[in-house]
Design a binder for this molecule. Structure first.
Ligand SMILES: C[N+](C)(C)CCCC[C@H](N)C(=O)O
Ligand SMILES: O=C(O)CCC(=O)C(=O)O
Length: 461
């Protein structure tokens, strides 16, 4: 890739290796960025003679300019019309990316929208940028290079994922945020002994998004048996049934005592687990460790009513997700996936992926598309925070929830906290729910029926 600059009036072309600054004779000294109207003036602060590098409008197109206060554009490739944009929130420094879990460690939405790059310095291994919110960002060259971005976004994405109608269909009907004491609950003994109560339990999870099971013996064995009452436990790189504490058994922030903001699990799987059950077995010599739940569908419906465009942004743009904490794995879905997934037959939202820790930097979109998406995501994040339901789990009461609809999280804690639980696949849960609710004959008679009516078992997705 070649970058073209006019240097002192003479057009020069530089191979766009990440070190192209050095080819400009700019040694590892501070590069000062100055904004002049629509131009980006990159000059060098060093005792050596400074080759003035001034980008300018050329044949109606800018060679480089600020397109957004928090995005630094370095000159795009004239022929390929590519450009590299850097964002504070994709900073790769150890404060922004957890050195062990490789997850985002900074809060994307705490970054001011109007953040600006004050200066750029290229170091041996990457660019160091000091940002106006006093954060010093670091972008390794080998990270920078693959993160060039297509100015026009991903045409395929724009064409293929445009919502079927002027705005993407909404989520299925949702219930208002229940006060903690109005949470759906059911008895362990009933669920374990009676298929009718089992069916009620599964329908409560589907209609309300979550359900507590009271009277569960505070042992891993009883908890495992409760999960297996629904279906076999989904095995992942975290194992099958988990019994965990804050010891980084796996390099994921769940295995720490840190705060975890509202998120869905498994965004990095092609097929995220559908149900997740937590049973707090004990918490001694410490405090904190409360759990939060948010109804992501209810929040999405609120977003859609407040700003349909923001809702569409989160339904249209697909993102890369990853789980890379363990040294021997980097798990990613087979295709990038959006925050809101709309069912292709039933024309309603059926899955939310929301996990800022595990969201990888997206490359195939333009600066303008990024701005629109981040505004929408910020709006959704504010709604989610306003709808959080917090409560301290108690030994003996297990919490199960729909991981495609409900977001969960945890407050920071001290002391020894032992949590157990497990995942269940979507297909196994939905099969169990349909068979118990409709019966086998009705389910088999409706295979292939895609009408979104309650008499059709397929309407349960
Ligand atoms: C297995 N257990 C639930 C304990 C932890 C799993 C880690 C979840 C991961 N951060 C994610 O968001 O998918
Ligand atoms: O520790 C907890 O209570 C929840 C951990 C969590 O959010 C997760 O495992 O995804």
């Amino acid at each position: 890739m070649a970058y073209s600059f006019e240097v002192e009036g003479v057009e020069q072309t530089y191979q766009a290796t990440p070190l192209f600054y050095q080819q400009l004779g700019m040694s590892s000294s501070k590069i000062i960025l100055e904004e002049e109207a629509n131009y980006l003036k990159i000059s060098q602060e060093s005792p050596a003679p400074k080759p003035q590098l001034t980008t300018r409008e050329w044949k109606g197109r800018y060679e480089a300019a600020w397109s957004r206060p928090d995005i630094l554009k370095i000159p795009r490739v004239r022929r390929g019309n590519k450009e590299v944009t850097l964002q504070l929130e994709n900073c790769q420094c150890p404060k922004c990316i957890h050195p062990d879990t490789k997850q985002r460690a900074s809060d994307t939405f705490a970054i001011p929208l109007k953040v600006k790059a004050n200066s750029v310095e290229h170091k041996e291994t990457g660019l160091e940028i000091s940002w106006s919110d006093n954060h010093t960002g670091f972008y390794p060259y080998e990270w920078l290079h693959p993160h060039t971005q297509n100015k026009h976004g991903d045409r395929l994405e724009q064409n293929r994922l445009k919502p079927a109608r002027d705005t993407a269909p909404g989520p299925r009907t949702f219930n208002p945020v229940p006060a903690s004491d109005q949470s759906p609950r059911i008895s362990y003994d009933e669920v374990m002994s009676d298929d009718k109560r089992l069916s009620v339990w599964l329908q409560l999870i589907w209609t309300r998004g979550f359900c507590f099971v009271d009277g569960v013996p505070t042992t891993p064995e009883a908890t495992k048996g409760l999960i297996e009452r629904i279906a076999f436990i989904r095995h992942t790189h975290y194992g099958g049934f988990w019994d965990f504490t804050a010891d980084l058994t796996f390099k994921d922030t769940a295995y720490t005592n840190e705060f975890l903001g509202a998120h869905t699990d498994n965004t990095y799987f092609t097929d995220p687990a559908r149900l997740q059950l937590f049973h707090l077995l004990s918490h001694t010599d410490g405090s904190g460790g409360e759990n939060l739940l948010v109804d992501g569908f209810a929040a999405a419906a609120q977003l859609r009513s407040e700003n349909p465009t923001h809702y569409d942004e989160l339904a249209r743009h697909r993102h890369p997700w990853h789980a890379s904490g363990n040294d021997d794995s980097c798990i990613q879905p087979s295709a990038q996936a959006p925050v809101f997934s709309i069912h292709p037959d039933l024309d309603k939202m059926y899955q939310i992926r929301w996990n800022d820790y595990d969201r990888a930097p997206k490359v195939n979109w333009s600066a303008e598309e990024q701005l629109a998406w981040y505004r929408a995501a910020r709006h959704y994040n504010e709604i989610l925070q306003s709808r959080e339901m917090w409560q301290k789990l108690e030994p003996g009461s297990a919490l199960i929830f729909d991981n495609w609809r409900m977001l969960h999280g945890r407050s920071q804690f001290t002391g020894k906290r032992r949590m157990c639980g497990g995942y269940i696949n979507n297909d196994d849960y939905i099969s169990r729910l349909r068979m118990l609710k409709y019966g086998r004959e009705c389910v088999l008679n409706n295979l292939g029926n895609v009408r979104n009516v309650s008499s059709n078992p397929y309407s349960i997705v």
